[in-house]
Write a protein that binds this ligand. Structure first.
Ligand SMILES: [Mg+2]
Length: 241
């Protein structure tokens, strides 16, 4: 008989991701200022190019961010009527490519919480992005063993979560979605009838923000998830929007 399961997001929920992007953006800001361009404005433009690239590609692809860095550099060169230096452009793009060679760092509590939850529930991972890249991250994280199955999508919406529930034989109303994105985890989960826990990670990509469409729980540490699921101490339900 079908029962409940727990579906986890990967990036910025179980492993650090956006923090590294933010560090790269900071290095970009410094580099652009050294070139005589306005740093803050450059980072703003970079975010615009980045999100536009992701939309154009129909989802996050590895090259979106490095390309956006180069585009921003060229944009400001043209704005200031300067000839772009190909070497400088390459240096700028390298800030983006370097992100993918970094070691995986787990979010605090990720391993402990999965280990505990796995004792009572089947766990699933639902992540979005480039399949090869996401799979490599799952493997490098050492967390794969806690999941019954890993799902990688180009985009995450209600249809994808309902697909998982069907595929894994989960009862939606008894299942949970845990993630840091209102847009990709919580709102699609609420629309699908799941119980949702928003992990309010201090580093969350602007692209993931969206007003809530219903009720959900909110935690600022993964350890709090244990208090909500199966715990006696129930936290207050967040009701917004
Ligand atoms: Mg995420």
């Amino acid at each position: 008989m079908a029962g409940g399961g727990i579906i986890f997001d990967l990036d910025d929920t179980l492993i650090e991701t956006t923090r590294y992007f933010n560090e790269a953006k900071e290095r970009f800001r410094v580099l652009m200022e050294r070139e005589g361009f306005p740093g803050e404005e450059a980072v703003k433009k970079l975010n615009e190019f980045d999100i536009a690239n992701v939309k154009k590609m129909g989802g996050f692809m590895k090259e979106c961010f490095p390309r956006a860095l180069g585009q921003t550099y060229e944009y400001f060169c043209s704005l200031y009527r300067r000839t772009p230096d190909p070497q400088k452009k390459e240096e700028v793009e390298r800030l983006g490519w370097e992100l993918f060679t970094r070691e995986i760092e787990l979010v605090e509590g990720a391993e402990e919480v999965l280990k505990e939850l796995a004792k009572g529930y089947p766990l699933y991972l639902a992540t979005k992005g480039e399949p090869q890249l996401q799979l490599a991250k799952v493997k490098a994280s050492g967390l794969a063993r806690y999941f019954r199955r890993v799902y990688i999508f180009r985009m995450k919406g209600t249809a994808e979560y309902l697909y998982i529930a069907r595929d894994a034989g989960l009862k939606v109303m008894e299942s949970w979605i845990i993630g840091n994105s209102m847009k990709g985890d919580i709102n699609p989960g609420i629309r699908g009838g799941f119980n949702c826990i928003h992990f309010d990670h201090p580093h969350t990509w602007d692209f993931e923000k969206e007003p809530p469409v219903g009720d959900f729980y909110r935690v600022t540490s993964l350890f709090e998830v244990l208090e909500i699921i199966g715990g006696e101490k129930r936290r207050l339900l967040v009701a917004e929007g």
